[in-house]
Design a protein around this ligand. Structure first.
Ligand SMILES: O=C(O)c1ccccc1NCC(=O)[C@H](O)[C@H](O)COP(=O)(O)O
Length: 205
């Protein structure tokens, strides 16, 4: 079964709804690089409102180590997600499980990065280019998704209810991640789009 991460939550009610509709993971963006940035307080409220067995993922992007430590201590997410140019050693210093985003904007040339993060709990292949923020709605060529890697691979970038079934068929990811494809405005999730996205993933299986 393809797992589903709904990312870029800024409102408690959106996160709770997505979990009720079947999302396996909820992403919260802490970095100032995002138009979906929430405060430590808002992020903690979202985490506290979610039921057990829903994974919470706190996103940072080339942030200071002290800030990342504050996120861990205050928000207490299940996982971190590093979305910038952080090295494996840098990400691993916190001793907290994390996903590492891989910027696939350069196409096949970007695949070299996959071997650089052995300590990551999973790799999130996203459509953005190196140095660019996520949540861009940009897709990459799904046929580039590698197979046979030890780490779970999460497909992200430009997914919507209209294209996610094709993406799953082509890329065969362990999980899919969506943000702008389920929004009515940045950080505001649309109930109908969330429902349709999750139904489309389930329908693809
Ligand atoms: O969502 C953001 O605003 C964001 C900003 C900076 C770093 C990462 C960010 N999001 C990361 C995600 O995991 C998104 O869900 C992923 O990029 C997919 O977004 P979308 O293409 O909009 O579905």
């Amino acid at each position: 079964m393809t797992r589903i991460k709904c990312c870029g939550m800024t409102r408690v009610e959106d996160a709770v709804l997505a979990a009720e509709l079947g999302a396996d993971a909820i992403g919260i963006v802490l970095t100032a690089r995002s138009k979906r940035q929430v405060s430590l307080l808002q992020a903690s409220a979202i985490v506290a409102a979610l039921p057990p067995f829903v994974t919470t993922v706190a996103l940072c992007m080339d942030d200071e180590a002290s800030f990342v430590q504050d996120v861990i201590d205050t928000v207490r997410p299940s996982l971190l997600q590093f979305h910038g140019e952080e090295s494996d050693e840098w990400c691993a210093q916190f001793g907290h499980p994390y996903l590492k985003a891989i910027a696939m904007g350069a196409g096949a040339a970007a695949l070299y990065q996959l071997r650089d993060h052995p300590h990551a709990a999973g790799l999130l292949l996203d459509g953005h280019g190196l140095g660019e923020a996520g949540g861009s709605g940009k897709a990459f060529d799904w046929s580039l998704m590698p197979h046979g890697m030890k780490q779970p691979l999460i497909l992200a970038g430009g997914l919507t209810s209209a294209n996610v079934a094709a993406a799953i068929r082509i890329a065969r990811p362990w999980a899919v991640d969506v943000s702008s494809g389920i929004e009515s405005a940045p950080g505001v999730k649309d109930r109908v789009k969330v429902r349709e996205f999750i139904a489309a993933v389930r329908g693809a299986e």
